[in-house]
Ligand binder design. Structure first.
Ligand SMILES: [Zn+2]
Length: 253
């Protein structure tokens, strides 16, 4: 497990290669993926089949995911086509990445027992098109008061080389995302741009290592990188309500 954190009533994790590939439909044996997903649920103390994934398409749609009450590996269930998901009932959520930016959110709602949870998949396209703004907006529409975001491991600005015209176009849409790689070619800094964007939206960005080079998927072989390996493997950003959590007012002193 790459990283874990807790906030009142919610927990956050980012997996690495230790948990194995968690992406279905990328070519790996479905039985292996199912085994990895089940092992992750066990590691996090989650019920069998309860962790919900998305069918990610580099878009900006936000879906609300709820427990279907029959979570089971035997149940055929389509993942929603979306790049961000919100759970209002504590349903655990996962976002899959290998270079793109995973962002996990926890929002406190006054008067509610369970925190709002959300995940977003912010690659270059999604970040520029507003997937993070859409996610934050949808959380606020659902009553989010204080909002915290965790930026997970992704390719860093020093490694993410792009053509000059792509850098220029990206910088026009999202000033500051344009940068230079460590070998002085045109680059994009997705983690840095996401942090600034979230802070401008008055979201508290939790302290992760996302600004450090060991959090760079391309540089650290404990993490999956599509650019480095053309891999079909993806790790996950996960947010859930720990089972030990008792709603406010019911905590044992
Ligand atoms: Zn890097």
């Amino acid at each position: 497990m790459w990283f874990t954190d807790r906030l009142v009533g919610a927990a956050v994790a980012f997996t690495d290669a230790t948990e194995g590939n968690l992406a279905a439909h990328t070519g790996e044996d479905p039985a292996d993926v199912a085994a990895h997903r089940r092992a992750l649920e066990v590691e996090l103390g989650l019920a069998d089949g309860s962790l919900r994934y998305m069918h990610q398409v580099h878009g900006t749609d936000v879906v609300t995911v709820a427990s279907d009450g029959c979570a089971s590996r035997a149940t055929a269930r389509e993942d929603p086509v979306a790049d961000a998901a919100i759970s209002e009932d504590g349903t655990p959520l996962a976002v899959l990445t290998a270079d793109c930016l995973p962002v996990v959110f926890v929002a406190e709602r006054p008067g509610a027992d369970i925190a709002l949870l959300a995940v977003a998949h912010a690659g270059r396209r999604g970040l520029l098109d507003g997937v993070l703004q859409n996610t934050v907006g949808a959380l606020r529409e659902r009553g989010a008061a204080t909002l915290t975001a965790w930026i997970g491991p992704a390719i860093c600005g020093g490694c993410y080389e792009v053509p000059e015209d792509m850098r220029a176009e990206s910088g026009r849409v999202l000033p500051g995302v344009d940068t230079e790689t460590s070998w002085h070619s045109p680059g994009l800094d997705l983690p840095g741009a996401a942090r600034r964007l979230l802070e401008e939206l008055r979201v508290r960005v939790a302290d992760t290592g996302s600004t450090r080079s060991d959090w760079c998927t391309l540089e650290n072989t404990e993490l999956y990188s599509y650019r480095r390996d053309k891999t079909t493997s993806r790790h996950a950003g996960v947010v859930w309500v720990p089972s030990a959590f008792e709603p406010a007012g019911k905590e044992t002193p």
